[in-house]
Design a protein around this ligand. Sequence first.
Ligand code: MN
Ligand code: MN
Length: 463
Amino acid sequence: MATVEEFKKELCYKADNAGATLSVEEIAKADAFAEGYKKFLNEAKTEREATQVVLSQAKEKGFQEFVPGKKYEAGDKLYYVNRDKAIILAVIGKKGIDEGVKIAAAHIDSPRLDLKPNPLYESDEIALFKTHYYGGIKKYQWVAIPLALHGVVVKKDGTKVTVKIGEEECEPKFVISDILPHLGAEQAKRTLSEGISGEELNVIVGSRPFKSDEGSELVKLNILKLLNEKYGIVESDFLSAELEVVPAFKADDIGFDRSLIGSYGHDDRVCAYPAAMAAFDIEAPDYTVISVLTDKEETGSDGNTGLQSSYLKYFIAYLAKANGLEVYQVLSKSECLSADVNSAYDPTFNSVFEKNNTSYLNKGVVITKYTGARGKSGTSDASAEYMGKIRAMLDKANVVWQIGELGKVDAGGGGTVAKYIANLDIDVVDLGVPVLSMHAPYEVISKLDLYMAYKAFYAFFKQ
Ligand code: MN
Ligand code: MN
């Protein structure tokens, strides 16, 4: 007769804590993998930088620039860059492309503050930049922290200047001011979401006037003079620029046990990095594998660098056509892991989570069957059949995984690129890493979960 414990083991479901179940060797591998990831976080804070870093690694690993129309052979490694803000990596498989492709889709844009087209102004002898926030942020989190400026400026003559300032120790940082508590009584009456308004997210960029006995707005003039000396730009060049204000923090280990990583932009670099590494490491796969690292997810995937555009479809269409196929013949047979993060259970703010259906730090990669809000609105709900296939694949590859919803029903919601991939008639499910303080300037993830994401993408490509 079996004991209660034996029955429980056989019949009940409970996700494992990877820290308890993994071997010491496996944990050491995860910790080593995290070192490369931290370097990536520090080098690639924007979609353009992430594209550049992945591109240069791809070239080092022998990936060739994709040539539309060319017929590729098994084992060929390709990259395709979309407008410097998104990148596709592909390894051609041994099977015909008529059997479909395996896609891992992650995004490399993160919530931030974009400069407005005409950003620079002077107010009471302080020079500031006006910003328009990008993606879902809690605005109060962005004041009184060190900020850096990243992006490009296209000058009137068409030349492009790259800007990256505030990252090195010797470089100046930028900051948004907040009201001191002594005078904060009126502000404290605002709701938390209105504590700092969008038009109050003004970045301080200088305070010393241009040396002159005459004239007005001399602080602004002095900043323009410095910008002209450093970058060769004039004020009107801001009109054709993409400049992004991001936290100036570096990635750090968190905790006495160093089990976690604190950083800006885990969402979604924590999936993009392992998805790229899996594409780099896979050798001679059976199926053609594709890692797409896309832009614009945080603003709804619109725009020609987001996954609502056709660039991924066109890439696959070229591969299909070179093999005498229509693109739909490939897409309909294809499968995808929409590689995006989910909210990690937070013991301090536990009321928004439903404990049996939320993801936890250290319990491995999280499968999110559906996203959406208010009755699954706006979701691609993965089928039971595809869920069954993916869980069997993960178990076979010894990937520690868990299931999770984004918070309680009616507590809120969110979305990913999954539905845009599903609209191409591809089987897709969200699989990614749980994140604490998601969309904050400094988010937290677990090293073991990161490594399990890598193992999951690798196993998916290895099928
Ligand atoms: Mn995301
Ligand atoms: Mn996000």
